[in-house]
Design a protein around this ligand. Structure first.
Ligand code: SF4
Ligand code: SF4
Length: 286
């Protein structure tokens, strides 16, 4: 009898450059079709990360050269202590707010500019769109979300922020067409975006098994340069936050730098051939 041992590919973290803080796992005011989060039926789950957990994380990673802290969710701006946590993180490094943009208005943009001006570091925004056509966008995300994102952009640029627009290519369109049309839409808000301001990610349905051969060599995935902290511990990436397959430890005093690439989400990283959640900071910081 022969025994076959299946060996999953692995990825060892090179540097902890990107620290993702999951502010909440389940609180979001939208329900996008492409979202990787399995939402509960009831809304308003009280699962916000504790300020003490963030404080300890910042302290435990004191010797790491973290280039950017990402405040993520579900929707990070639903956290009741969002402003406090933002200020704490800004003391350490640049902060990227990964948001659907619905909580950003004139007043909030003015306030965030003031918070940034009090710091030596920068606030970066990642806003999400699904399509340049309003109906197609709202079909995937939620009714009104297209206009909300464009409003958020208008308010942010008024205060000299340069938001990044991330696009999940749900409709599997040509990148060139998507990029051009989204550029035109964004420019109509008055935002003089550059080519780096739009990040298109390929959509991969996590419930479908990939039939394509997978080449794991030299994959430039998020787990190679970052880790995610949640209320429940440390995980390889946002896709696997709170998932046993991505578990790395309970805190940053002792955690695994090795990720086993065994989940269907890893196909999304392989398809994109680059980090899906992290951004190239040099394109956005001054
Ligand atoms: S806005 Fe983000 S977190 Fe909320 S449902 Fe959409 S993709 Fe998921
Ligand atoms: S989903 Fe991507 S970032 Fe997460 S463990 Fe797999 S390859 Fe790494």
């Amino acid at each position: 009898m022969t025994t076959t041992i299946l060996k999953a590919p692995t990825c060892t973290m090179v540097n902890l450059e990107n620290l993702f803080i999951e502010m909440t796992a389940k609180n979001c005011n939208q329900r996008c079709k492409h979202c990787y989060i399995d939402f509960p039926i009831t809304k308003n789950v009280k699962d916000f990360i504790q300020i003490e957990t963030v404080q300890k994380t910042l302290s435990d990673t004191g010797n790491e050269n973290i280039r950017c802290i990402y405040l993520t969710g579900a929707e990070p701006m639903t956290h009741p202590d969002f402003n406090k946590i933002l200020r704490m993180c800004l003391k350490k490094t640049n902060v990227c707010i990964v948001t659907n943009g619905t909580f950003i208005n004139e007043k909030k943009s003015r306030f965030l500019k003031k918070v940034q001006d009090e710091s030596d570091n920068e606030i970066i925004f990642e806003l999400s769109l699904a399509h340049y056509d309003e109906n197609k966008n709202d079909e995937v995300r939620s009714r009104g979300s297209y206009r909300q994102v464009l409003h958020a952009i208008k308010h942010l640029i008024k205060y000299d922020f340069n938001p990044i627009i991330t696009v999940m290519n749900y409709y599997k369109e040509s990148h060139a067409v998507l990029h051009k049309n989204i550029t035109d839409i964004i420019k109509s808000t008055g935002y003089d975006i550059n080519e780096h301001s739009i990040q298109i990610n390929e959509y991969f349905d996590k419930n479908k098994i990939s039939e394509e051969p997978t080449l794991y060599d030299d994959i430039n995935c998020d787990c190679k340069y970052g880790r995610t902290v949640t209320s429940n511990g440390i995980y390889t990436c946002m896709f696997l936050a709170n998932d046993y397959r991505g578990r790395c430890g309970s805190d940053f005093t002792d955690y695994s730098r090795r990720a086993i690439l065994e989940s269907p989400y890893c196909n999304t990283c392989l398809k994109n051939k680059r980090q899906v959640f992290a951004i190239n900071l040099s394109d956005f910081t001054h």
